[in-house]
Design a protein around this ligand. Sequence first.
Ligand SMILES: *Cc1c(COP(=O)(O)O)cnc(C)c1O
Length: 342
Amino acid sequence: MNISELVRKNIKVLKPYSSARDEFEGEASVFLDANENPYPSEYNRYPDPHQKKLKAKIAALKSVKTDQVFIGNGSDEAIDLLFRAFCEPGSDEVIIPQPTYGMYSVSANINDVAIRSVNLTNDFDLDVDSILKLVTNKTKLLFLCTPNNPSGNLLSPEKVIQLIKVFPGLVIVDEAYIDFSSQPGFVPLLSQYNNLVVLQTLSKAWGLAGLRVGLAFASPEIIAILDKIKPPYNINTLSQSVALNALNEVNQKNAQVSEILAQRKILTTQLNNLPQVEHIYPSEANFVLVRIKNARQVYQTLIQKGVVVRDRSNVILCQDCLRITVGTPEENQHLITELQTL
Ligand SMILES: *Cc1c(COP(=O)(O)O)cnc(C)c1O
């Protein structure tokens, strides 16, 4: 695909902001270029705008090149920048199969980009034909979330690949929950498809939601466009250094993921034993979507007892459903005990 034809014209010709730290490269001991306060503290200097160390670490971990990695202030920043780079406000369109993560639509609305919605199937998989029917010459992005939020299932990989092959714009595959799933995900396919963008995050399995570090993997051409339009210092010094250290602890992350998966199984069994629970959707993530009698009321009652879950009962295809995050053994037991006394 010709990516440069897909980019908005103003972005293509944009001359990016050149920060003090951009214009100087090399070794120096006296920095009088950025109007910083000279008195040393851990944070008196601006962060690395290119996040070189963090990108190198992530690239090694994911077996990609550093120029295939974009780091955002959460995945939400990457989502917003994709709209800003590729979608002409008031004119272009994106396709979002529902139900899914709400930020794609919010970002589309903020950027005044029309949303073509299409439902997933009853088991929350892709209906390829009905998606492709929505394509027009204004369609720029297609958002696929796998494992999907709020349903928890993986989209069938064959259908995702089919869409990547024929969709005339970028296909954004959001893998926020990939570390909890049984699949390798789509990062290994990046070299085959230059219209593929894979989103991941340190917010879920890596346990760093408070740091706001989101990742986008794509062809170097797409990454260069995102880097060109991002705020220069979008990842602060503290987030870069904490993320770098955390990424060295793969074993800890894997141990926590295993524990969460074991707890998901126990929680699912216990929920299934409750008379008011009607269905638990199969999950490849760290949450389960549960169809339960009087979901809205159950949600309110749980809140009164200090237990917060996510009410999805008003969401398309999720009538009477609550989305429950897998917590610690104690938290899950607490939830079950409260549900038993309803
Ligand atoms: C939680 C979540 C994210 C993570 O967003 P961050 O901004 O990186 O915290 C992204 N996509 C989906 C589908 C999510 O559920």
